[in-house]
Design a protein around this ligand. Structure first.
Ligand code: DGL
Length: 257
């Protein structure tokens, strides 16, 4: 039996479960160890130094618990710390996540694309570079969404409050037709249904979860670290907010349609 150690998945809270779902879909026989730092969330409105320190600390926890590879399933933590992590662990299969602008541009060139993300992700050089790369091919509108991840952290995904928040937030960019929305925070796919209700079904919505999961699969394959198990793997949850409610929310989000 080889390579049965878990794939470590990290997020500032429960949002990275939207990436975990994709990982499980693509590599069902792998074991997973998911770590959410809900006690310190949100990361997106903290200082760069704080996010870096928290991310490094949490990745260490996953490695100490035997993770064979790491998915930084948080756009904010990726933009703040992925370069440092790559330097610190040069031999580790490590994949971060970034807003899926490329698929949105390919879907419709010259279109109007709104990128919803945390204030920190949008401010970082990594995002500025990404936007520059595509600015001649589409109109890209960054939309900071402070407060949105908190709805997901509370498991409040279908309520009137969320609808009101999104209606007010998107009102500013809706005056002209939006062709697509990129969900540049791993919490937001859990609010996708409500976003669709607000902007209408003709707006395409993209997120980076599937691409990130495919990249992890590719990296493990190249490194010869895919499991040889022929049966379904396990998913374990760790959270810095160690309550029964938190555990229930994690399980609920993993299986929610
Ligand atoms: N889930 C995180 C992301 O993908 C951010 C949420 C937060 O902590 O602000 O950016």
């Amino acid at each position: 039996m080889v390579n049965r150690e878990p794939i470590g998945v990290f997020d500032s809270g429960v949002g990275g479960i939207s990436v975990l779902r994709e990982l499980v879909q693509i590599m069902p026989n792998e074991n997973y160890l998911y770590l959410g730092d809900s006690r310190h969330a949100p990361y997106g409105t903290k200082s760069l130094e704080e996010v870096r320190a928290l991310t490094l600390e949490n990745i260490d926890v996953l490695l100490q618990r035997g993770a064979k590879s790491i998915v930084v399933a948080c756009n904010t933590a990726t933009s703040a710390a992925v370069a440092i992590l790559r330097k610190k662990y040069p031999d580790l299969p490590l994949v971060g996540i970034e807003p899926a602008i490329k698929p949105a541009v390919l879907y419709k060139p010259d279109s109007r694309i709104v990128v919803m993300a945390t204030p920190m992700t949008l401010k970082q050089e990594k995002f500025q570079k990404l936007m520059k790369q595509y600015e001649n091919q589409a109109q890209i509108i960054p939309l900071p969404c402070p407060g949105l991840m908190e709805f997901v952290e509370r498991g409040d995904l279908d309520g009137e409050d969320l609808k009101k928040y999104l209606t007010e937030l998107l009102w500013t960019v809706k005056e002209e037709k939006i062709d697509s929305i990129v969900l540049g925070c791993t919490h937001y796919p859990f609010a996708k249904k409500m976003i669709e209700q607000v902007v209408g079904n003709d707006v395409m919505i993209f997120d980076g979860g599937n691409g990130t999961a495919r990249e992890m699969h590719r990296r493990l394959k190249v490194a010869g670290r895919l499991t040889d198990s022929e049966t379904k793997g396990t998913v374990s949850f760790l959270n810095s907010c160690d309550t029964e409610e938190e555990k229930q929310l994690c399980k609920y989000l993993l299986t929610r349609e």
